[in-house]
Design a protein around this ligand. Structure first.
Ligand code: PEP
Length: 260
């Protein structure tokens, strides 16, 4: 059965104390639940990863970085390597978020290079793809998604399907309050799942979790999770409040995530 992720992308929000308080408050609530195949996850900023890892130690709450360098080590001021993340025993890392693509000119080739570094250190990449509003309006969604899958995953070996997580995040839905309808999201998720089937086979396609991201909140999550190929969410704004995050974990647990 596929894993269902409730993954909070905190972006450039929350300092040390806020991170500590959030984790200290949500961990006991998460520990009380039978999560089944649901994985709650947060991605704080780099300086607070260790704090989040320490405070969530031995709980089900997982911690991810928001980015990683595609260099191994050396004179790259401001960069953080996969080896550094692994030295904290971090297990997940977002790559290719649309904000990295938009503000830091990240290409699919760079996303792939980051993934390869993460694989060297057994860190699971959460690979973000998604079309802009202009591309959707021009009827190019399918073409853009397939190109991004080809670009990011070309030559990447997947055997079990759990080596990576894909997040479909339509750029027009991120931080705008305008989420894709469950139908729009499911349509693209199905396209991604079919591409996986054609390129990697049934096992990978069935086991790989595909998250939706874009203005998810407790009020729209249940409906989105009804999509057969929607295996949770990558959530920005609504993941910052403890009560909303916990509510979304509960909704995911109640949905049972009985997919695949
Ligand atoms: C995101 O940051 O990946 C995201 C989807 O943000 P939001 O939920 O705020 O739209």
């Amino acid at each position: 059965m596929r894993k269902l992720y409730i993954a909070g992308n905190w972006k450039m929000n929350k300092g040390l104390m806020e991170t500590r308080v959030f984790v200290q408050r949500v961990v006991p609530e998460i520990n009380k639940q039978d999560l089944g195949n649901v994985i709650p996850l947060i991605a704080p900023a780099y300086p607070f990863l260790e704090e989040a890892l320490r405070e969530s130690f031995s709980s089900a709450l997982q911690v991810a970085a928001q980015d990683v360098s595609y260099h191994s080590e050396g004179a790259y001021t401001g960069e953080v390597s996969a080896q550094m993340l692994a030295s904290m025993e971090l297990k997940y890392c977002i790559v290719g978020h649309s904000e990295r693509r938009q503000y830091h000119n990240e290409t699919d080739a760079m996303v792939k290079a980051r993934m390869l570094k993460l694989f060297e250190h057994n860190i699971t990449p959460i690979v973000c793809i998604g079309e802009t509003l202009a591309q959707r309006e021009e009827g190019k969604t399918e073409e853009v998604i397939i190109n991004q899958l080809n670009g990011c995953l070309e030559g990447i070996k997947l055997i079990k399907g759990t080596e990576i997580i894909i997040a479909y995040e339509p750029v027009w839905a991120i931080g705008t309050g305008e989420n894709a309808t469950p139908w729009q999201a499911q349509e693209v998720h199905k396209l991604i799942r079919n591409w996986l089937k054609n390129n990697y086979g049934e096992t990978v396609a069935n086991e790989l979790s595909i998250l939706y991201g874009g203005s998810i909140k407790p009020a729209n999550l249940k409906e989105l999770l009804e999509g057969e190929d929607i295996d949770g969410g990558l959530i920005g704004g609504a993941s910052l409040k403890e009560e909303d995050f916990l509510e979304m974990v509960k909704i995911a647990v109640a949905s049972k995530g009985e997919k695949c």
